[in-house]
Design a protein around this ligand. Sequence first.
Ligand SMILES: Nc1ncnc2c1ncn2[C@@H]1O[C@H](COP(=O)(O)OP(=O)(O)OP(=O)(O)O)[C@@H](O)[C@H]1O
Ligand SMILES: [Mg+2]
Length: 251
Amino acid sequence: MIPDVKPNSVLYLSGVSVSFDGFKALNSLSIVIEPGELRAIIGPNGAGKTTMMDIITGKTRPDEGEVFFNGNIDLTKKDEADIAQLGIGRKFQKPTVFEGHTVWDNLELALNRRRTVFSTLFYRLSGEDKDRIEEILETVRLTHRRDELAANLSHGQKQWLEIGMLLAQEPKLLLVDEPVAGMTDAETAETAILLKDIAKTRSVVVVEHDMGFIRDLGVKVTCLAEGSVLAEGSIDFVSNDPKVIENYLGR
Ligand SMILES: Nc1ncnc2c1ncn2[C@@H]1O[C@H](COP(=O)(O)OP(=O)(O)OP(=O)(O)O)[C@@H](O)[C@H]1O
Ligand SMILES: [Mg+2]
């Protein structure tokens, strides 16, 4: 008997397919993410990695398959705003911070997004909020740059700030697409540590092509190709799989 993993998982995708003009971007994709899990997703260009995130966040509707969050919440019945509200945060590749505002103000703005119009109208930053911002600054390695304009941060620091802004929304699941592209080696190494820290209190799914970074993460890896799972397991297991070498690593 197949155990029913749905009730205990943060994310449960089963048999998810979606086509664009007859091209199957996802082809019966199944993937399960556990609470507190950090999962790395690799695979060649066009494998469907970003499309998978589009499905999870409600940007794209699957033609077939099941998508459940936190046990029994059917994400295929929710729109993008509902899904964000449920606690799924997504980091796109390009950082979208407010360049003309300080690091601190960016985080404060992100914290405020949670509030209703009414509470924002009568809003003063509480001690609790300040503590939370301090905590996020620590997590994303920006405490020493808190009063700097976001425009003056390095590319890597902007990526971290945006991750911090997502953390302000307290997501249960954070989806991160190619975070280390364009980062320096030192920033890339730091990002691995940072994401591991974040995954202590929530689940994180990270897509990356940088295999050194994936190895640094030291977590379960899923390799996608042609819209489904090609191999899944430790980095050593996956990177020694002949299908993964043929379709991705050996290219
Ligand atoms: N909204 C869309 N409309 C049409 N085609 C799409 C759409 N989204 C994705 N595709 C196609 O689906 C396929 C999978 O794309 P996807 O962006 O998911 O790949 P990926 O694994 O993220 O690749 P990369 O590593 O290059 O980012 C590609 O052929 C892409 O052109
Ligand atoms: Mg992509």
